[in-house]
Design a protein around this ligand. Structure first.
Ligand code: UTP
Length: 297
């Protein structure tokens, strides 16, 4: 039997410069989509996939993120007294079991690969998930749950993959596909941020991974790659062709790049339109805006 994936790393030590000045004092992961911070979407997805241990790789200035997971007994008591059970339930979903959550500091922002490596002692020798909270995925079955189901068949390393237009490939890690089996593809190479026209496929890696501990061993020996950062993609690619080879997984769902302003705004609209209490008013407003914009042209 394959070892169950029960640990997840959430690398949140980046500086979030694309959201300055907001991220001067608010961690990007605490910014809200409708009424939940990005990190809550990530935690809910991990829980649905059976994750029991949540490891955050943080940095200076991320205190608000740690506070977010503290219990709030006074607030809970007030909501209970006033019979606001919906809000009480929403609040309880933010509570973490004592000891289930750990914070590791990445002392220097040396890249995503380095951030994952910082958590190596808490992972030890078992497969683990990595979730980037700024990739938010709307899906009927949460993306990580889909991947864990597929991983139970394949083992090895698995990365979430999504088709991107050729002119966007240079912003992603791109898979060189060996065999396309439908939702799962086996991989013979991975290129981080390929030059325009040099991408080996249109399948891009996005922020969900199930990794073998061998990736941590690879990271032990890594030097910086593209952009002077220690790239996670490079460490995963070193496992290709070994017993822990690499698979891409075409997930069912829509991914929003909430690390960018455009992606964040799109996600805000999409998640608000999915809410019964907001949909009608928002839709009416958006339609009016489109009409006004057309009239102005
Ligand atoms: P990004 O490339 O989005 O960087 O990192 P960033 O710093 O968060 O944002 P910008 O580009 O300055 O606006 C992708 C993920 O990797 C984490 C980030 O926190 C984010 O979840 N990361 C990146 C680290 O944890 N450490 C790093 O050294 C770099």
């Amino acid at each position: 039997m394959r070892k169950k994936v029960t640990k997840a790393i959430f690398p949140v030590a980046g500086m979030g410069t694309r959201f300055l000045p907001a991220t001067k004092s608010v961690p990007k992961e605490i910014m809200t989509l409708v009424d939940r911070p990005l990190v809550q979407y990530a935690i809910d997805e991990a829980r649905a996939a059976g994750i029991k241990e949540f490891i955050f790789v943080t940095s200076r200035g991320k205190g608000a993120l740690e506070d977010y997971f503290d219990h709030a007994p006074f607030l809970e008591q007030e909501l209970r007294k006033s019979g606001k059970t919906d809000l009480l339930d929403a609040l309880k979903a933010t509570n973490m079991e004592s000891g289930a959550i750990a914070y590791i500091r990445q002392h220097r922002a040396l890249g995503l690969g380095h951030a994952v490596w910082c958590a190596r002692r808490l992972i030890a020798n078992e497969p683990f998930a990595v979730i980037l909270p700024d990739d938010v995925i709307a899906a009927e079955t949460p993306c990580l749950e889909q991947m864990i189901d597929a991983y139970e068949e394949t083992g090895g390393n698995m990365v979430a993959a999504m088709e991107v237009p050729a002119d966007k490939a240079a912003s992603y890690g791109i898979l060189d596909v060996e065999e396309d089996m439908g939702s799962v593809v086996s991989v013979k190479g991975m290129v981080e941020k390929p030059e325009v026209g040099k991408a080996p496929s249109n399948l891009a890696v996005i922020g969900r991974y199930i990794l073998s501990p061998s990736v941590l061993t690879n990271l032990n020996k890594m030097k910086s790659g593209a952009g002077g950062e220690i790239q996670l993609t490079d460490a995963i690619a070193q496992d290709i062709g070994t017993e822990n080879t690499v698979y891409g997984y075409r997930f069912r769902g829509q991914r929003f790049d909430c690390g960018s302003k455009a992606g964040f705004l799109q996600a805000t609209v999409a998640f608000a339109l999915a809410r019964d209490d907001l949909r009608d008013d928002l839709l009416r407003y958006l339609q009016e805006m489109v009409q006004l914009d057309k009239a102005a042209q």
